[in-house]
Design a protein around this ligand. Structure first.
Ligand code: KG4
Ligand code: ZN
Length: 359
């Protein structure tokens, strides 16, 4: 018999609840975003986020139950994000989940947010371990070999900004709306990617680490040079800047992923596959670069639908299902953590951005 899991997510700026069965059926997935609350501040304000989560969590859970036509009694397990993320939000989610679990007499399992992202392709596709995962969002950037629900081998990641963060900052310095990714991509379509040659940081260094903050500085310098020379920037200048920036990000992600394949293949995968997750996976130039890399290496490429790539609670319920299936208790004891690397052996030395500490 399929088991029913409630997932709860509140580690950043989305309050989410979802009902998912162990048969991979998503009965409901509610996401209440806080974009409007943070808009005036140019980034997520942790205190505002925590308060909004505390206000919206029970409503999100109730809506998820109603939409699925189920009650608390029907649940088998409650899975909650226990980290990494903004601690106030994680704490709100864990307290809410603990209350529900105690009240309804159900088991509670603490899940890693990044594991949720990294395991999502198995919710939406038939995918065997181990697979190579590129996780790219506004807060995260890492290349991982996903070996099991509780085993991840980190091959590299950003040492400064996440790619989504770089897109958002680029949009801001060019007067484009937030979130920056879709706006920059739209502009880039009209631009000439060859006009400005932006740096491809860390390409000459071995390994899979990446850096995106220098790219933003280079773009700012070009913008200011144009303003000094011409007294301003034209629409075409802006489109060309966006196209050049996007091409640089896409090339870095594609080349570092290509570099990760060699190590990945030493894990002897039965069905060699590259999977991508996170909001930046929506970008068609980035996706195209990864598809080319996969095809050239003879690997399969898979990406979950976008609404499961961005933050949601179905991925948390699913990570709980994957852990329960192998008899893993989740985080034990369940103590909310702002930092929680997926791979303790290869934890990033640096890396903290607008969305708080990264793992
Ligand atoms: O996964 P997500 O919804 O939230 C977290 O960061 O956890 O990712 C949001 C990020 C934002 O930085 C946004 O600008 C970026 O994903 N993004 C994109 C695109 N759509 C969203 N970046 C590049 N191109 C896009 N089309
Ligand atoms: Zn996320």
């Amino acid at each position: 018999m399929a088991q029913l899991f409630l997932g709860i997510e509140s580690s950043c700026d989305d309050t989410a609840a979802a009902l998912v069965t162990s048969d991979r059926e998503i009965l409901s997935s509610v996401v209440v975003d806080q974009t409007a609350l943070h808009a005036a501040f140019g980034g997520v304000v942790p205190e505002i986020a925590a308060r909004a989560h505390a206000e919206k969590l029970d409503i999100a859970v109730e809506t998820a139950l109603t939409e699925a036509g189920r009650s608390l009694n029907d649940l088998d397990v409650i899975a909650v994000t226990a980290g990494p993320g903004l601690i106030g939000g994680v704490l709100s989610g864990v307290m809410c989940a603990r209350g529900i679990a105690t009240g309804a007499g159900k088991p509670l399992i603490g899940v890693n947010h990044l594991a949720g992202h990294a395991l999502t392709p198995r919710l939406t596709d038939d995918l065997e371990f181990p697979y190579l995962m590129l996780l790219v969002s506004g807060g995260h950037c890492q290349l991982l070999v996903v070996e099991a629900p509780d085993r991840f081998h980190r091959l590299g990641g950003t040492i400064d900004d996440a790619p989504g963060e770089a897109f958002d900052k680029t949009a801001r310095v060019l007067g484009l709306p937030q979130p920056g990714g879709p706006a920059v991509e739209r502009e880039a379509r009209k631009g000439d990617a060859a006009r400005f040659r932006f740096p491809r940081p860390l390409m000459d260094r071995p390994g899979c680490d990446m850096s995106f903050s220098g790219l933003k500085t280079a773009l700012l310098r070009e913008r200011d040079r144009l303003i000094a020379d011409q007294g301003g920037i034209t629409h075409q200048d802006r489109a060309d800047l966006c196209a050049g920036f996007q091409a640089a990000v896409a090339e870095v992600l594609a080349k570092k992923t290509a570099r990760a394949i060699e190590t990945y293949l030493t894990f002897e995968p039965s069905d060699p596959t590259i999977a991508v997750a996170g909001g930046v996976a929506a970008n068609s130039a980035i996706r195209a670069g990864l598809e080319t890399v996969s095809a050239e290496a003879g690997l399969r490429f898979t990406a979950p639908p976008l609404k499961l790539c961005t933050d949601n609670a179905a991925m948390i319920a699913w990570a709980g299902i994957e852990l329960a299936r192998i008899g893993h208790p989740g985080m034990d004891p369940l103590v909310p953590r702002p930092r929680w690397p997926l791979d303790d052996r290869q934890a990033a030395l640096l890396g903290s951005g607008k969305k708080g500490a990264k793992a």
